[in-house]
Design a protein around this ligand. Structure first.
Ligand SMILES: C[S@@+](CC[C@H](N)C(=O)[O-])C[C@H]1O[C@@H](n2cnc3c(N)ncnc32)[C@H](O)[C@@H]1O
Length: 255
């Protein structure tokens, strides 16, 4: 069973969010365990203080190494070692390839949420395997990144979703953004569902979806489009010819 331990100052809130819906059901069915740990429970002082002033001066407070270490040690002693990740705006930006790597190459994650001005560097040096960022912005705490990473990793863990097909054609799985999706009714506010999707012709639908995925990737994420290999199968070569004819502005000459 896959296990995720989250070290946080907001254990109840994080635990509540992650026990809803798909992740909640996956835990009930035994595919996954997510446990939150209150870092304050591992302080030795009566006030349960976990932070102090930064050496060298400056505003704000820094989370001290020892409460984090005691909390981390409790998890490791109880459940065994796990890949320890600290969330930080100075970390590598998390992406779907990281979600795959963590879901398929690990079975136990220990996620550490910082707060205030961050955490004492010595805890990172001693216990952390990697630092991940959610993006180039600064949040007040690591809880939202921890929930985002837990969600992205958990849905890839075998059994959590009914079938790998649920995630294999989604955006970022194979370098493409997903095609547009539609549901009932066939017409809404005068907008019709593309007729091909109502045709029942599975091959034509699959082709339309791949064309739309390529077109959307080209328009929205040229950086991703540049990395695609669309010339090594006969089907893609034919598809690209059709795309150039149909959308000459998006695919001028040999783009
Ligand atoms: C206010 S931030 C500290 C920012 C830190 N002083 C800096 O400039 O890099 C408090 C905590 O929020 C979390 N955090 C903030 N932004 C994040 C991001 N983009 N990705 C991941 N974690 C983030 C980290 O755990 C961090 O310790």
């Amino acid at each position: 069973m896959y296990r995720i331990d989250i070290l946080t100052l907001f254990d109840l809130t994080v635990g509540d969010v992650l026990s809803e819906s798909i992740l909640g059901r996956a835990q009930e069915r035994g595919y996954l365990t997510i446990e939150t740990h209150q870092i304050r429970d591992y302080t030795l002082n009566k006030q349960k203080q976990v932070d102090d002033y930064p050496y060298g001066g400056g505003r704000g407070a820094v989370m001290q190494a020892d409460p984090l270490y005691q909390c981390w040690k409790h998890v490791v002693d109880t459940y065994g070692p796990g890949r320890t990740i600290y969330f930080s705006p100075a970390g590598k930006t998390f992406c779907q390839a990281d979600a795959k790597r963590l879901a398929f190459e690990e079975t136990h994650l220990i996620l550490v949420c910082g707060h205030y001005e961050g955490i004492d560097e010595r805890f990172i040096e001693e216990c952390v395997d990697e630092e991940l960022s959610l993006g180039d912005f600064v949040l007040t705490g690591g809880e939202i990144p921890a929930m985002a990473v837990t969600d992205a990793v958990s849905r890839l863990v075998p059994g959590v979703l009914p079938d790998p097909e649920c995630f294999e054609h989604e955006s970022h799985w194979d370098g493409l953004l997903e095609y547009p999706q539609y549901s009932r009714p066939e017409e809404w506010h005068g907008r019709k569902v593309p007729s091909i999707l109502l045709s029942g012709n599975h091959a034509a639908i699959a082709k339309w979806r791949r064309m739309q995925a390529i077109l959307r990737t080209k328009r929205r994420r040229p950086d991703m489009y540049e990395k695609l290999d669309l010339s090594s199968t006969k089907e893609d070569v034919k598809l690209m010819k059709e795309l150039r004819e149909e959308y000459p502005e998006d695919f001028p000459s040999q783009s």
